[in-house]
Design a protein around this ligand. Structure first.
Ligand SMILES: Cc1ncc(COP(=O)(O)O)c(C=O)c1O
Length: 393
């Protein structure tokens, strides 16, 4: 079965399982719904399609079930931003390779990271390189490069990353200290523009040349878009562009390529099931909002991924109308910026299923106002709905 058809079959099967879950438990708190089959397939598509090594950016979704399935699927290298993320990974996979690619750290964090055996560190300024102190000879230090360019939903270059001349200086010092010199960049999240990667790879070659250093590896970041933005075909085009640009710009000594996707790895693998707490005139108050798993919605809404369900888990019929959406907290800022178009009959006790909500959702939940409950339920732990069976791809 081709990938798109398999996705649709899985989605139908999983929708039936969600309906059964609603009928049997009537969940009142927000629920994240893990689709293990989809996560496994995404991991395999990166492992097979990316022209290098694959790590996972834990920040996108650090749930133990997610990490466990990724390890089972063959991903044993993790981009970690903090000590708690390192511990979360080690709890699932004690031998995992850790890339500490948050370029700014405290001395205490550095000491803990060394004790946890971090294999690769990223830096974007000399003071942070010096702060790392003595590292065993040959430890990888990846200099984070930043170019000012568009192409992503939002750019990361304004916070982290060294301009090319500073990156060349850093690379020179890394090599002179007997460390393994590498470069890393992040084109910005939800980046749909292949030329972003091509430009970064070309600039990386220029930086390495200016530094007079042979790169051991080149980490092309996360930033890969979730599937609705261009689908599997765009992802493959990005992989092909990365491959071609690396061959073209590093003709003699090709660095080991790495990627560290977060969003693209987990977005489709988890759905979010929310409930309507109350209905007013054109207003719905949900059991979750901007302080919860909808934290990213303000910056990156995905209105096409909303499915209204009744209290039996069946799709609500009827023509849609716009609703103002409030979260459950007392803060009037806890409001989704743009109205959601939902069936006019939607009522208290109904549900809203948000598909493709696995990235930066659970990870952003806060306990504000005493909320913050969002359990993760693994669909494979639920009984199969009667008469359904998954078709293997
Ligand atoms: C260093 C680094 N790598 C990877 C990622 C993952 O990015 P994305 O979720 O866009 O794939 C991030 C996101 O913040 C990051 O900072």
């Amino acid at each position: 079965m081709v990938a798109g058809a398999q996705d649709n079959t899985d989605a139908r099967f999983d929708r039936a399982r969600v309906a059964t879950l609603i009928q049997s438990t009537q969940p009142d708190d927000p629920l994240a719904i893990l689709r293990p089959e989809v996560l496994r397939r995404t991991a395999h598509s990166f492992l097979r399609g990316f022209p290098g090594q694959v790590s996972y950016a834990v920040k996108a979704n650090p749930a133990p079930d997610i990490l466990h399935i990724l390890v089972q699927s063959g991903i044993t290298v993790f981009d970690v931003a903090s000590v708690p993320e390192m511990l979360a990974v080690r709890a699932i996979c004690p031998s995992a390779r850790l890339h500490y690619h948050n370029p700014v750290r405290s001395l205490s964090e550095i000491a803990q990271a060394k004790a946890l055996g971090v294999a690769s560190w990223s830096v974007d300024r000399m003071s942070e390189l010096d702060k790392l102190g003595d590292l065993p000879k040959g430890t990888e230090v990846a200099v984070r490069l930043s170019l000012r360019r568009g192409g992503a939903a939002y750019d990361f270059g304004s916070k982290f990353g060294a301009a090319p001349d500073v990156a060349a200086d850093l690379l020179r010092v890394v090599a002179a200290r007997g460390l393994t010199p590498s470069l890393t960049f992040h084109p910005g999240t939800q980046c749909t523009d292949p030329t972003s990667w091509a430009d970064y790879i070309a600039a990386s070659a220029d930086v390495a040349k200016a530094a007079g250093v042979t790169l051991a590896s080149l980490n092309v970041g996360g930033g890969f878009p979730s599937l609705p933005r261009g689908g599997a075909a765009l992802r493959q085009r990005l992989f092909d562009t990365i491959d071609a640009a690396t061959q073209a710009h590093f003709p003699n000594a090709t660095p080991q390529l790495w990627c560290e996707p977060g969003r693209a790895m987990v977005a489709e693998a988890t759905w979010l099931l929310l409930r309507v707490k109350a209905r007013g005139d054109g207003v719905l108050t949900l059991n979750d909002g901007l302080y919860g798993a909808l934290g990213e919605w303000r910056d990156m809404p995905v209105p096409s991924r909303l499915i209204a369900l009744d209290a039996q888990g069946q799709p609500l019929a009827g023509s849609p109308k716009p609703f103002i959406i409030f979260g459950p907290t007392c803060d009037s800022l806890d409001r989704v910026p743009d109205p959601w178009r939902l069936p006019a009959a939607i009522a208290e006790g109904d549900y809203i299923l948000i598909t493709g909500a696995g990235a930066y959702s659970l990870a952003l939940v806060t306990p504000f106002n005493g909320y913050g409950t969002c359990d993760l339920v693994n669909l494979d732990s639920l009984p199969d709905p009667s008469g359904q069976c998954r078709l293997a791809g």
